[in-house]
Design a binder for this molecule. Structure first.
Ligand code: FAD
Ligand code: SF4
Ligand code: SF4
Length: 357
């Protein structure tokens, strides 16, 4: 696409991998960008993910965040057209006037206002709250962790230990689909990414701590990437798979954890004890989205994520408002990046066609 050479500004809400990628792509197209991020740092959830490389890269996508942050520091230095990032900043009001959006925000430096020709919402998702599945004892049993806890522990220390005694676990279980594919919780959808991150984390643990036996409790394994069949065949050699989702977790001696489950083949209920359990939590709609949804009168899809309109990748029902990343539903880092590029192209097309006057 040719450069737009426009002095129009696109306002981006959210500085995770989707917002960052779109900001850079728009800026490269010659469009000025104002990005509002409500926390004190850019990068979103993926900022806390570890590199899952074993002997080879496992294609988890986590390093895309650092790549984007590095690219942003060069772009910000160049400064033409401007790419402004405001941290700890939230939109307080927005309305359309003619074909522009007039908006206000609150930041640590005080309140501010601006005008934008288009809006991109990249406000992401919330990880499922494991406490909302009380039968698994998250928050009560120290050795029940979530996938996010495990990502953080591996990123910070490179190894996995039991929080109760600091010792490496001899046995570890992953429970898949926690908070997803669950009608009781009102989350019938598949979260798309938790099979991928759990299997990669399990491979990484087996690689770094081969004394740890890893069992995966699952319903189905969601495919990801074209290399998936080979990846799964190799992974099956290193891990133990049980096709059952445990009904509950109880505390056992020495802070171990007793899992009760019904094997898929109809054989009697079984129990097995583990040193550590990881809940593969899924993605839920961001609870902070409601003010944005209200301000812009945006429709939601059946799962509660923001709905896009028609065959376009990122357009919503509200004119001039676009979406990128997991705000529109569960997706991986790589897919969020791909979609953010697509959104940038669609926004440039919209501005080019005079969509914003
Ligand atoms: C435990 C776990 C492990 C995962 N591991 C992997 C993995 O290994 N590989 C992979 O590909 N994917 C993984 N994922 C999925 C990955 O997290 C998403 O693909 C990715 O974070 C989506 O990026 P995003 O920018 O759309 O959203 P987010 O990462 O959620 O970023 C959104 C940003 O918007 C900001 N924001 C929200 N509301 C506002 C507002 N109102 N105003 C201003 N800013 C706002 C947030 O603070 C945040 O910085 C994992 C997910 C989980 C839960
Ligand atoms: S894709 Fe993942 S495993 Fe590969 S180098 Fe990047 S962070 Fe590491
Ligand atoms: S990605 Fe895997 S663990 Fe996550 S909800 Fe889908 S099937 Fe379950």
């Amino acid at each position: 696409m040719t450069s737009l050479n426009s002095n129009k500004t696109v306002l981006i809400i959210g500085g995770g991998i989707a917002g960052l990628t779109a900001a850079l792509a728009l800026n490269r197209l010659g469009i000025s960008v104002e990005l509002l991020e409500k926390t004190a740092a850019l990068g979103g959830k993926a900022r806390h993910f570890c590199c899952k490389a074993t002997d080879a890269c496992q294609q988890c996508g986590a390093c895309m965040v650092n790549d984007a942050l590095r690219a942003l520091s060069f772009t910000a230095l160049a400064g033409d057209p401007p790419l402004t990032v405001r941290l700890e900043t939230e939109l307080t009001a927005v309305h359309r006037e003619a074909k522009e959006f007039l908006y206000s925000y609150r930041s640590p430096e005080g309140a501010g206002e601006g005008r934008a020709a288009a809006l991109l919402i990249a406000a992401g998702f919330d990880p499922f709250r494991a406490e909302d599945k009380p039968q698994y004892g998250y928050g009560r049993f120290p050795n029940v962790l979530t996938g996010l806890d495990l990502e953080k522990q591996l990123q910070q220390t490179g190894r996995i230990v039991r929080p109760s005694d600091g010792l490496p676990p001899q046995s570890l279980a992953f429970i898949q689909c926690v908070g997803s594919r669950d009608l009781h919780l009102g989350h019938p959808y598949c979260s798309q990414v938790c099979c991928g991150y759990a299997l990669r984390l399990a491979n990484l643990i087996r690689h770094r701590q081969p004394e740890t036996a890893v069992t995966i409790f699952y319903m189905d394994i969601q495919t990801f990437g074209k290399e998936f069949p080979r990846f799964l065949t190799e992974t099956r050699r290193r891990l133990h798979f049980i096709r059952a989702i445990p009904g509950d977790i109880q505390s056992a001696e020495s802070d171990r954890l007793l899992l009760t489950f019904q094997p898929e083949d109809g054989s009697p209920t079984r129990q097995q004890t583990f040193d550590l359990v990881v809940l593969s939590i899924g993605l839920t709609p961001g609870k902070d989205l409601s003010p944005l949804v209200g301000l812009l009168d945006l429709p939601l899809n059946a799962d509660g994520f923001l709905a896009k309109k028609g065959p376009a990748f990122s357009l919503t029902a509200a004119e001039g408002v676009f979406l990128a990343g997991a705000v529109a539903g569960p997706r991986s880092i790589a897919r969020s990046v791909g979609q953010a590029h697509q959104a940038a192209e669609e926004i440039a097309g919209y501005l080019w066609e005079g969509g914003a006057g």
